[in-house]
Design a binder for this molecule. Structure first.
Ligand SMILES: [Zn+2]
Length: 426
């Protein structure tokens, strides 16, 4: 083993950088992160102990104020975007003004699914509600910015930090709840989001979802008439035909179509808010009604449009004396993989290698659900998955690996710095 290699490994073990390989400003940025390790964990504890489940409007606002105070010390102006009109708390928007280099949009969220589990450290882990999703992610973003600020790398830069208060249960309509996020994206050149990290990968694509409802009508009458001209096929055969055709004709990479509930008979009523309903039918009666509800997951707007077109055509090819109507409701849009996203990933990969952390590649979009960054993905290059290394998100016992924080924070800080400096832009 060469002397440099030994030195390099020693540096890695000691948690210090192969300093000579980074330009002085980047060395300084990376060093600032290390100086804040304990203070960062303490801040994480304070944010976790401020309960902020989506429905806890006062708590969401209070944790927003905690972040706002930190951001103001770095020269950000902060404002609260009230969301009472959609039944949510609101969003924190913090802006650092400048006209030097590329403009960044950093996305996180204030709300958690569960609340009430206090912050505690045990071994190399910290536990508590939202400690990973995504107060740990917010912390990485915040401490990366603090390192940039301390090193003087934030001066003259435009950075918008957008922490939504309803990521886990988004206010509707999206035109209202995501209006300010879109507006921030239109004034930015790249968006980075701090949802959970998975080893060696970052998200250049996330699937979106849409729901659909199929309502089938048949000619009700004596069962002996089924298969015949007068009675036709009945609503249940027709629904079965349609679903079997979905199953046979829709599959393609990253597209899924899942019927989640079905009710049929002479009577069928479905209550969407409770995802339940009732059905009845007699063995000697051809059923007149079926309701099916389900979702679609897709990786691009085009893929969604193609899938809906196919589904409409299938539903329209009715069996005798039946008819079907199919309706769609837009859910979250997809973040389609793009060249711009791939370029941001290439910058992250270079940062990671230069810091001695090894290569980074694209996460399989099929493995990732939708997230806030998807709302802006058609407007600018995007990269997600820059957040915390944790587990048991949305469940009791949620945790974060504390040892990974300096690594993830340094990498995020370097990524922000290089992107603002022009890396990753054509
Ligand atoms: Zn999240």
């Amino acid at each position: 083993m060469s002397r440099t290699r030994v030195l390099f490994l020693a540096c890695q073990l000691a948690g210090v950088l192969p300093a000579a390989e980074l330009p002085p400003l980047e060395q300084r940025i990376a060093a600032e992160v290390l100086a804040r390790q304990e203070a960062a964990v303490a801040l994480l504890g304070r944010t976790v102990d401020q309960a902020s489940a989506t429905e806890n409007h006062a708590g969401v606002k209070a944790v927003g104020e905690l972040y706002a105070r930190e951001l103001r010390t770095m020269g950000f102006e902060t404002r609260w975007v009230d969301q009472a009109s959609v039944g949510r708390s609101g969003h924190l928007v913090a802006e650092h003004r400048g006209d030097r280099g590329r403009r960044l949009l950093l996305i996180g969220h204030l709300d958690t699914v569960l609340q009430g589990e206090p912050f505690r450290r045990e071994g190399g882990r910290a536990f508590g509600s939202g400690v990973s999703d995504m107060k740990g992610g917010n912390l990485i973003m915040l401490e990366a910015l603090r390192a940039l600020h301390a090193a003087g790398a934030l001066a003259g830069r435009q950075v918008i930090v957008f922490l939504t208060g309803d990521e886990e249960d988004t206010g509707k309509p999206y035109e209202v709840s995501r209006k300010d996020l879109l507006e921030a994206a239109r004034r930015s050149d790249a968006a980075l989001a701090f949802e959970g990290y998975e080893a060696g990968v970052a998200a250049t694509g996330r699937r979106g979802f849409s729901s659909w409802r199929l309502e089938v009508a048949g000619s009700q009458g004596h069962s002996s008439g089924i298969f015949g001209k007068a009675r036709g096929s009945g609503a249940i055969y027709e629904a079965a035909r349609i679903l079997a055709a979905f199953h046979a004709q829709l599959p393609e990479p990253y597209l899924t179509c899942n019927p989640s509930v079905i009710l049929g008979g002479t009577e069928a009523t479905y209550d969407p808010p409770s995802f339940s309903g009732t059905a009845r039918g007699k063995t000697n009666v051809v059923p007149g009604k079926v309701v099916v509800e389900g979702d679609l997951r897709f990786l691009s707007r085009d893929q969604l449009a193609r899938a809906r077109e196919k589904m409409r055509a299938i539903a329209a090819a009715s069996l005798p004396r039946t008819s079907a109507t199919l309706s769609f409701t837009d859910g979250m849009p997809a973040m389609a993989p793009s060249e711009g996203n791939a370029r941001l990933l290439a910058v992250l990969d270079a940062c990671s290698r230069d810091l001695g952390y090894g290569p980074m590649s694209a996460h399989d979009p099929g493995q990732r659900g939708a997230g806030d960054i998807s709302f802006v993905a058609e407007l600018l290059p995007c990269l997600d998955g820059l957040g915390a290394d944790g587990g048991k998100e949305h469940a009791p016992g949620e945790f974060i690996e504390l040892a990974s924080l300096p690594m993830l924070t340094r990498r995020a800080a370097l990524l922000m710095h290089r992107v603002m400096d022009g890396a990753g832009h054509p």
